[in-house]
Design a protein around this ligand. Sequence first.
Ligand SMILES: [Zn+2]
Length: 619
Amino acid sequence: MKKLLLFTFFITAMGFGQNSSYWQQHVDYTMEVDMNVENFKYTGTQKLIYTNNSPDDLTRVYYHLYFNAFQPGSEMDMRLQNIADPDRRMTNEDKSSRIADLTESEIGYLHPTSLKQDGVAVTYNEEGTVLIVNLAKPIPSGGKTTFEMEFKGQVPVQIRRSGRNNKDGVALSMSQWYPKLAEYDFEGWHADPYIAREFHGVWGDFDVKLTIAKDYIVGGTGYLQNPQEIGHGYETDGTKVKRPRGKTLTWHFKAPMVHDFMWAADPEYVHDTLQMENGPTLHFLYKNDPKFAETWKAVQPLTEKAMNFFSKNIGEYPYDQYSVIQGGDGGMEYAMATLITGGDKPGSVIGTMIHELAHSWFQHVLATNEAKHEWMDEGFTSFISALCSNEIRAQNKDNPFENSYKGYYYLVNSGKEQPQATHADRYDSNSPYGISAYSKGAIFLSQLGYVVGQEKLMETVRKYYSDFKFKHPVPNDIKRTAEKVSGLELDWYLTDWTKTTNTIDYSIKEVSADGNASKITMERIGLMPMPIDILVLYKDGTQETFYAPLRMMRGEKDNPYPNLKRTVLEDWPWTNPSYGFTVNRPLEDIKGIMIDPSLLMADVNLENNTWKPKAMPKD
Ligand SMILES: [Zn+2]
């Protein structure tokens, strides 16, 4: 409890940062849920206090009813049946939809059975995965209202992310399981139907009481309030657990300042804990099966290392708990926890854990709207987890983002690229979405490091976290943060990279003798402009660099190679297709010239980035 109070104080004291026009809605959920583990049906009550911090009076609200997606004929099913490259987890061998096969007792559903606003019944209707509620009375700007709902649900056979009896035999993976109020922000309502992926929620506090068969072990979002009644590894070491009589246990969780609440349960979970020094308690819940044991022991010390890495490089993890739980159908991030499938190879589970844990920062604290800005959570997560893996798994790669660049170049060459600003559900197919969000999204940051310098990049990441934690940052926020840190103008970077499919292609067009000096001519072939680093190698083994700033950046980055002499050249206005400069050494001295030796600039044709003297015919 003490922690909760401190936390609330912290948020209030922080205010909403430097942008005084920023506002966000707030929710306080109190839920009591009964789960029947025989038929996977559940009932619940939900009291939701909704604070309208918007400047608008609201006459309508929306809820997500995500489990309704797992029904034949749903929007998710139709999309699955009509997309060129359906997710293999969701299809049979012949690529047909697994959702279409679900029987009455296997489908998922979530339906309100009554709903009141401040004690008055309201009318509502369901449209697939979205509940539309016409309010009894408007919620004025700055006002609060209380919704009281009764609901019933059925957990679907595992299709994607959540469900019952997944491949590893985990009984219950409960994500997106409760009636979840949609977010309303400066753009209006975000009541996206559940079609493929990506979530967005309202920040708030959760109080959840879950009643389930006594032998089930539960893990997930939130701090357990009654560990001495529950036991199952949550009790204080060496103390006696006093369980109430009966066939069930009621687990009481509280989660402060989260925008989602996930839980998972299985009667065969092993529950290990690791108390970090000056850090959160880590929980590991996994099936008691020898084939998972090695992996799930190996993942534990790495989780601690990854937690330390992210806290140091992004900002301190703000909760007292994080749980790595076997469940779901791959890896998926949730508030204070992740669901990961078991796997018999430690390497892949550790890699997934690092990625999902990184989402605790880039999604569960910096809560971007994933549907609209999928590259900000998946891409930034991929960026920081590549750095983390490189360090804590001692991979020592020269370019830890190499695979992201390869993926991006593949996408460009495929001709199927769509702008990153595309809604996550409306890419033509899954593959361009994935590469755009994860790989091109990671490059947004790694390449930003090329543009503003590596130190400024990491300073940008830390300031972005500290300015926008517990909010909903948008693309402009990361750009403005980088601008403030670097002093450079970066609107062109955000626009070209995220809203267009413009590509970068610079070449060394010509190198010629100019008396005792040499003249180098470069060409901009791609439409997206960049500042250019050039490395010149001499036959005597020395090297120096040149820097052609992009005029519209209105400034220069620090020398990225402080051990080498750097010459800052004239600005390159992007409209000039070619650009020349002089090196004060004769042509015969030059061994080679290279544009961007860091390879962090995503130049789609690397072949024309280098120049070497032609071999002279021997006489
Ligand atoms: Zn991810």
